[in-house]
Design a protein around this ligand. Sequence first.
Ligand code: NAD
Length: 460
Amino acid sequence: MESVRVDDLVKKIVEKVTKELAQEAKGRTSVGEIVGAAVEAQRAWQWDYNLDARTKILSAIKSKLLPHAEELAKLARDDTDMGRLDDKILKKKLAITKTPGPEYFTTKAISGDNGLILEELAPFGVIASITPSTNPVATVINNTICMLSGGNGVVFSPHPGALRCTLRTVELIRGILAEEGAPVEVVSVLSDASLDSLKELMSHPDIKLISATGGPGVVRAALSSGKPAIGAGPGNPPVLVDETAHLEKAAKDVIAGASFDNNLPCIAEKELIAVNCIADDLKELMCHNGAYELKDRSKIADLVELVLTKDHKIKKDMVGKNASVYLEKLGITPPPNVRLILVECDEKHPFVQEELMMPILAMVRVADFREGLAMAKRVEHGFKHSAIIHSTNIDNMSDMAKTMETSMFVKNAPSFASIGVGGDCPTAFTIGTTTGHGPTTPLSFCRIRRCLLHGAFRIV
Ligand code: NAD
């Protein structure tokens, strides 16, 4: 009886403190106040919470966020009016359960005749993280776990089109930090999503690293800030299917990857390059597995007009809808369970050249693997983001991996295998393409510090 009352009392105190902290934090609206509080919290987090303590608190964040995966997915779906709810739930779960944590850190020790050298990874301090509308919640969760693992703090800048779900995610994380007795403001967020606030955040002297996940504009802004930056920029990932591929698996994998969350992820297959001798069979298999081929030339022209501006840029309000929505707007009754629209065209077509982020996949025929590889290299535009191949020819797989030079390269699986769906990869929602960091982990947000002892501590 006694212990029940103590538990109740503790629960009430925690609730009260959580509410008070949330109230206090809500009062902070200026960028300076938000960064100032984050700096104090980060110092405490770095010095008072060792790896063991951080691991326990991050485990609590993971286990307590998991029951909110559906709520956050619904909010992200409602806020942005993009993507598919089931895939969004999967993305949240992925970010919660497969983001690497403090276990990633190891110390490098070099001993020699002159003593011992240690190299350790230290936090930068408070990081500004700019998040995209395409994965707003998953990026916040993934960044929080990675950044906090190394002792950093973070101030998120929400995308204007994903404000509510970003604020709610941060609110939940801060509630858990408060429950665990950790400094709440180590995870902070700007209360508005204006470009002015974002610029003020990036130029604040106490922001020591910028993590920019988004299109070319934000990556350029981060890189011209004069601060260390991780630039996780755009992609246009080609998928190449050669004549040696297991065609049915390739067809299913391409549909799964290209239609995942309605093609919003930057890693998703954005154009299909098929070797001519298997192209018809591949298309047929795709059409039996959730794709709809749009053949009528005038309807293809209507689709171009529907989703692209006159100068062939994407119409933002057309991004990430269900395949059935585009078909209905073209006056076509969508087949049940359609996930992807397939359009055969040539390399110059804007559906090949533009990063559509829609479940509309352009297919281009090539005579052979060599021609396909050269085309894949061209249409990826040098973003060095992602590429995919379906093949059983080891030489082709190796050649493409080398030639593409992408941060992510997937063989014989949907693109999302590279961020951990159905496989062993750790999850990354910030892929440092422009700056060469690749898929980010807790190590990406830390700096190397060397410490040596001259003349001692060699034990042999
Ligand atoms: P976006 O560029 O419109 O927005 C991303 C963020 O940048 C937002 O918070 C926005 O407010 C801010 N922003 C936009 N223009 C800016 C500017 N000129 N100066 C400062 N800040 C600016 O991106 P989006 O449409 O939300 O997301 C899709 C894009 O992001 C695609 O190009 C996709 O490939 C890319 N992306 C890349 C990764 C990766 O890890 N490499 C991950 C997700 C998305």
